[in-house]
Design a protein around this ligand. Sequence first.
Ligand SMILES: CCCCCCCCCC(=O)SCCNC(=O)CCNC(=O)[C@H](O)C(C)(C)COP(=O)(O)OP(=O)(O)OC[C@H]1O[C@@H](n2cnc3c(N)ncnc32)[C@H](O)[C@@H]1OP(=O)(O)O
Length: 216
Amino acid sequence: MTRATGADDAVRDDGGKRRGGFPMFSAASEDGGPHFGRFVSAMRDLQDLAVSAAPDPEVFGAAADKAEELAAMLRPYAAEEGRSPANRSIGLPGRGSLLMLPWMLTGLEPGRVTAAGVFRRYHLGGNGAAHGGVLPLLFDDIFGMVTHAQGQPVSRTAYLTVNYRNVTPLEKELTVEATVDSADGRKTYVSGRLWDGGTLLADADALMVRLQPWQP
Ligand SMILES: CCCCCCCCCC(=O)SCCNC(=O)CCNC(=O)[C@H](O)C(C)(C)COP(=O)(O)OP(=O)(O)OC[C@H]1O[C@@H](n2cnc3c(N)ncnc32)[C@H](O)[C@@H]1OP(=O)(O)O
């Protein structure tokens, strides 16, 4: 992950633990260890099935027993922000976070970030297409990255506008790109495009604002 430069003196540091209102990002060692990637992959399968399975009611009872057992196993290890390998495992789809889309970065340079991946059954909106709400999630995350890659500390989204040009298919490899269009002090104006091959599915633009030292 590219380290921000140039604007560090404008943000709170808190002894190296925080920057620009966010905990300092540090990549998880070895993507969370030998089993974390498999765990996240299995959980994504479960997410797909949780929104699609239609078994006899007793099967849900047995599944609930197992889900409760799994939650009880992990609950003692719940940790504060920035400690779980989730969201910090940069070698895993979606950095190993179930909240993030299971996409991988394909390019990261100042001013431009690209990624590729699929929307899964979990992301279904209706009639076979992705839910409209997951596209802003994809754009917001890559806009954060392109702003950071440009040299700003992690910034907050002030606004984000999405234009839906074509329905977004599931289970098909898609690509997204984000670019920095202009920067003005604390403000970074960015835009992005989601593609299915040569077909533009959506485009978006946003304003990312670097936080003041006292802002959360
Ligand atoms: C490596 C890591 C990768 C992952 C990154 C993930 C990134 C995820 C980013 C997010 O999703 S953050 C969560 C969603 N966003 C928020 O919760 C933001 C909530 N809002 C705020 O915190 C404040 O409104 C904000 C910091 C955005 C701005 O508050 P300020 O008090 O600093 O704004 P100020 O009024 O000083 O405005 C600064 C400039 O921005 C402009 N501005 C602010 N909001 C605007 C807006 N909505 N539209 C247009 N312009 C806006 C404003 O006009 C002004 O322009 P000028 O300097 O030219 O005068």
